[in-house]
Ligand binder design. Structure first.
Ligand code: ADP
Ligand code: MN
Ligand code: MN
Ligand code: MN
Length: 336
């Protein structure tokens, strides 16, 4: 019997930020990964006396770590009666996507993250701090970037897995990096972002390095880590005039607090108004403005069409929540 290894990956019930979990199932070649179970009492998803939860495969791709016929299988968590588990944020997004299919939403998510070597960011001195920020963003050279080997292996792995990774860059704080997934539809970008995060953790593990999505991994005068969400509807890709931009800005402004609530734990530590952010207490749309909540890229202002960048989401977001809220905001703006 020839078999392949399916790595089942799912999102747990950890608070305030959910984590990825994974386990392997050996499956006969020619058979799709079936629904599987796990012990929800060990993942904050069930009580010990009724601990079973179900893993329902929603997206799968080649496993670039194991290679050969092996696969990565992104799953959603269901209760044993087949209903969505309360921790399952994909299922509410799927309902919105179905309702708003005509919008043809696309998303490109910029995932920032920070490598850690034990308790300090990778490359930082044992005592004290590296030179202040300034030369690290898109830097090159052993005195400026740390962890590039891991970043390169991760990029290659995402490409081999068939993910829509669109680029990588070194970030403003040393040890901090970014990759981008998209543009893709809301469910696709979210499923792929979760798989790309899993690959990052898994590959860095081989180097004895951890990657964190904490939005403010080092307190003080160091950049936080975000997950800018670039978004467009079919109509926005055809035209964004000033009236359309006003409607969209109003829909986003009206729901600002709800978005902030869902844009990642500790968002108040990151959206301070410093370090290329707008305070979480304000909502501001601006052309080319990296101090705005939502930025209109200059090219978009010039062409009168394209996409907007929501700069508010933290690195530790659940993309199922963020793409749902932005789809709903566009639905309101384009429906009125
Ligand atoms: P920044 O200049 O903010 O660093 P990046 O180049 O890192 O921007 O990321 C921009 C993201 O926007 C990419 O993932 C890209 O694929 C995505 N993108 C491009 N066009 C669109 C579009 N029309 N709708 C949604 N996302 C888009
Ligand atoms: Mn970027
Ligand atoms: Mn960035
Ligand atoms: Mn950006």
């Amino acid at each position: 019997m020839s078999v392949y290894k399916a790595e089942y990956i799912w999102i747990d019930g950890s608070l305030p930020t959910a984590k990825l979990r994974c386990k392997t199932r050996v499956i006969e070649i020619g058979t799709e990964p079936p629904v599987w179970g796990f012990d929800g009492s060990s993942t904050n998803q069930a009580e010990g006396h009724a601990s079973d939860c179900a893993l329902n495969p929603v997206f799968s791709c080649p496993d670039p770590v194991r290679g050969g016929p092996d696969r990565l299988v992104m799953c959603e968590v269901l209760n044993i009666d087949g209903t969505p588990h309360p921790s399952n944020k994909r299922s509410p997004l799927a309902a919105v996507v179905e309702r708003a299919a005509d919008l043809e939403m696309w998303f490109g998510i910029e995932q920032e993250y920070t490598f850690f070597d034990g308790i300090k960011p990778l490359g930082w001195p044992d005592n004290g701090f590296p030179a202040p920020q300034g030369g690290y963003y898109c830097g090159v050279g052993a005195d400026e970037v740390y962890g590039r080997e891991i970043v390169e292996v991760h990029l290659e792995a995402c490409i081999d897995a068939g993910l829509a990774i669109s680029g990588i860059n070194a970030e403003v704080m040393p040890g901090q990096w970014e990759f981008q997934i998209g543009p893709l539809g809301p469910l696709e970008v979210s499923d792929q972002l979760w798989i790309a995060r899993w690959l990052l953790y898994r590959i860095a593990e081989d180097y004895g390095v951890s990657a964190t999505l904490h939005p403010k991994p080092v307190k003080g005068d160091w950049n936080g880590a975000g997950a800018h969400a670039n978004f467009s509807s079919k109509s926005m890709r055809e035209s964004i005039n000033s009236e359309e931009l006003d409607k969209l800005s109003k829909a986003l402004a009206d729901r600002h607090e709800e978005h902030i609530e869902a844009y990642g734990a500790f968002i108040d530590e990151r959206l301070t108004g410093l370090h290329e952010t707008c305070s979480y207490r304000e909502f501001k749309v601006g052309v080319s403005d990296r101090g705005a909540s939502v930025r209109v890229p200059w090219q978009v202002a010039q062409d009168g069409k394209g996409y907007l960048e929501d700069r508010r989401p933290n690195a530790n977001i659940d993309p199922y929540d963020v793409t749902r809220l932005l789809t709903e905001a566009v639905e309101i703006a384009e429906g009125s």
